[in-house]
Design a binder for this molecule. Structure first.
Ligand SMILES: NC(=O)c1ccc[n+]([C@@H]2O[C@H](COP(=O)([O-])OP(=O)(O)OC[C@H]3O[C@@H](n4cnc5c(N)ncnc54)[C@H](O)[C@@H]3O)[C@@H](O)[C@H]2O)c1
Length: 280
């Protein structure tokens, strides 16, 4: 730890960045220009390394290890945010892709973890706070069966994962879990816009398309059909994580002060192209 006198900007508002992976680091860099950063991840080694990197670049950053699926960890995180005086921005980036875990774990991290974070940090939101949850293009690739929707909309129910497994007609594969978790995350942000609005705070989601990060590269390796998606992307390339970070920075800023309860696709146009083809 370097001399704290070199890193003291107590007047800056706090941004909580959940996930210190590829996209999380890019988001932290952008938000760190105007915020003190509370950088959060389950992986302590990665977290410390990324926090040191950000500190060396001149950011105010405090690392905090937290498993977002563990209620005690999330409560401890909320306690630290309260000590810091609340937050201006929550950028919830952490997630698992289909190649990284089984369906149940993906559901737990991508949906239950996000819902726990939303529940824990809402009481600390104040006028002008913004919560941005990273979803995915995959959120828009299925419509969940109406009979499981009420179940999905209550991910903090004690037996949620078991009840979901029983209610599904098919196996909860990693790909299905990814689609369902991200689709429900988008809905969660829409459904919670009212309670965040009561605090004059905003909540929304951002759905990236194909983005070049270590996670994105892994999926290209394991799912060759992603090359078809790349070919169908109007801009004919992957996005980079700084393009996501720029969108997050805008959504977090006062320039976006009337934007809440939406999902912003940042996908090079692929969602539109999948719906409408080449157009004309
Ligand atoms: N890269 C893409 O092409 C792409 C596309 C669409 C959506 N996304 C979404 O973007 C987000 C970030 O992706 P990325 O490419 O930066 O991935 P990444 O794997 O680099 O980062 C994800 C981070 O989440 C952390 N994490 C995992 N489980 C956790 C837990 N239980 N508690 C706390 N932290 C945990 C990991 O340690 C990791 O640092 C994910 O939500 C992903 O689904 C990515």
């Amino acid at each position: 730890m370097s001399d704290p006198r070199l890193h003291s900007w107590p007047e800056l508002p706090v941004a909580v960045v959940i996930g210190a992976g590829g996209m999380g680091l890019a988001v932290a860099r952008r938000l760190g220009q105007r915020h003190r950063l509370l950088l959060v991840d389950i992986n302590a080694d990665q977290l410390d390394a990324k926090a040191a990197m950000l500190r060396d670049e001149g950011h105010w950053v405090e690392p905090l290890r937290c498993d977002i699926t563990a209620r005690d960890d999330v409560a401890a995180l909320a306690g630290r945010v309260a000590e810091l005086g609340g937050f201006r921005v929550l950028a919830h980036v952490a997630g698992l892709s289909p190649s990284m875990a089984d369906g149940r774990t993906i559901m737990a991290v991508n949906l239950v973890g996000a819902a726990l974070m939303e529940e824990a940090l809402l009481p600390l939101a104040s006028a002008g706070s913004a919560a941005i949850f990273i979803a995915s293009l995959a959120a828009h690739t299925l419509v969940p069966d109406a009979k499981i929707q009420p179940l999905l909309d209550n991910p903090l129910a004690p037996s949620f994962l078991d009840d979901l497994a029983s209610a599904l007609d098919t196996e909860l594969t990693p790909t299905l879990a990814y689609q369902l978790s991200k689709n429900t995350l988008v809905r969660l942000c829409q459904r919670r816009a009212w309670v965040w609005g009561e605090r004059r705070a905003r909540i929304l989601s951002l759905s990236p398309g194909l983005i070049a990060t270590p996670m994105g590269n892994l999926e290209f390796k394991n799912q060759p059909m992603k090359f078809d998606l790349l070919a169908k992307t109007p801009l004919q390339r992957q996005g980079n994580m700084h393009e996501i970070a720029d969108a997050v920075a805008f959504l977090a800023s006062d320039r976006a002060s009337f934007i809440s309860g939406i999902d912003l696709l940042v996908d090079g146009g692929i969602h539109a192209a999948l719906r409408h083809g080449a157009g004309v």
